[in-house]
Design a binder for this molecule. Structure first.
Ligand SMILES: C[S@@+](CC[C@H](N)C(=O)[O-])C[C@H]1O[C@@H](n2cnc3c(N)ncnc32)[C@H](O)[C@@H]1O
Length: 218
């Protein structure tokens, strides 16, 4: 059987009792189970891929009550932490999906529906033989571009220079994307970013937007 190449390996990291309780009790309230149903929003809809422990996700959603945010993450403890934070802050505009973000983009997001996609510090997979596991590939750029509204922003960041170069090349070659002057939001420092900074890694921000004009309203 062909196994798809995944951009993650599920770590057996410890789930704290609070995270476990959140996964059981808060997921029904603030989570969205994976399905084939498209997510509907009459407001700006922003998807974050790989939200990790979710601190940055939470800060952005709090700062933008006018938009709806969906965080996608496969790592249970991270999902549990974010669910607890949503409950603590009583945030009405942030929901979480615990599933592979590529499947979520493909099946749960309508074409042309996203105001922005956030991809902050995706796993760098630094070894050459692991590069095929990197999230950013030409097929990802095409899928992400198709899901953005015209003018919608693809905002990525990384602390791995060769991954930044790879992203720049892949996004630049995607015909539906063009370079963008600014993101949908400014980006608070993420957990992995501060780790990169401590190690002296340079931080690169990549900003693209879906090219072309929206079709005229009829
Ligand atoms: C290096 S961490 C960065 C987390 C966070 N964005 C930050 O900057 O602190 C990358 C995260 O992406 C998640 N991830 C990797 N591939 C994914 C996928 N296909 N779908 C959803 N999450 C994924 C991992 O579980 C991990 O939490």
């Amino acid at each position: 059987m062909n196994r798809p190449i995944r951009s993650y390996v599920l770590r057996q990291g410890r789930t704290t009792p609070a995270q476990k309780r959140a996964l059981e009790e808060l997921f029904p309230k603030y989570g969205i189970p994976f399905s084939d149903q498209k997510i509907a929003s009459s407001r700006k809809l922003v998807l974050e891929i790989g939200s990790g422990m979710g601190e940055t996700t939470l800060a952005i959603a709090k700062a933008h009550p006018e938009a709806d945010f969906v965080a996608v993450e496969v790592h249970g403890p991270g999902v549990g932490s974010l669910l607890n934070a949503i409950e603590r802050e009583q945030l009405a505009n942030l929901r979480v999906i615990r599933h592979d973000a590529l499947d979520v983009l493909e099946h749960m997001i309508a074409d042309g529906s996203l105001a922005a996609i956030h991809l902050f510090f995706p796993d760098p997979w630094p070894k050459k033989r692991h590069h095929k596991r990197r999230m950013v590939q030409p097929s990802f750029a095409a899928l992400a571009a198709r899901k953005l509204k015209h003018g919608g922003i693809l905002h990525a960041a990384t602390d791995w220079p060769d991954y930044a170069e790879h992203m720049q090349e892949v996004f630049s070659k995607e015909p539906l994307l063009e370079s963008a002057p600014a993101g949908f939001t400014s980006r608070p420092v993420t957990k992995f970013e501060s780790r990169g900074q401590r190690l002296g890694h340079p931080i690169r921000e990549l900003l693209f937007r879906r090219a072309g004009k929206a079709p005229a309203a009829r």
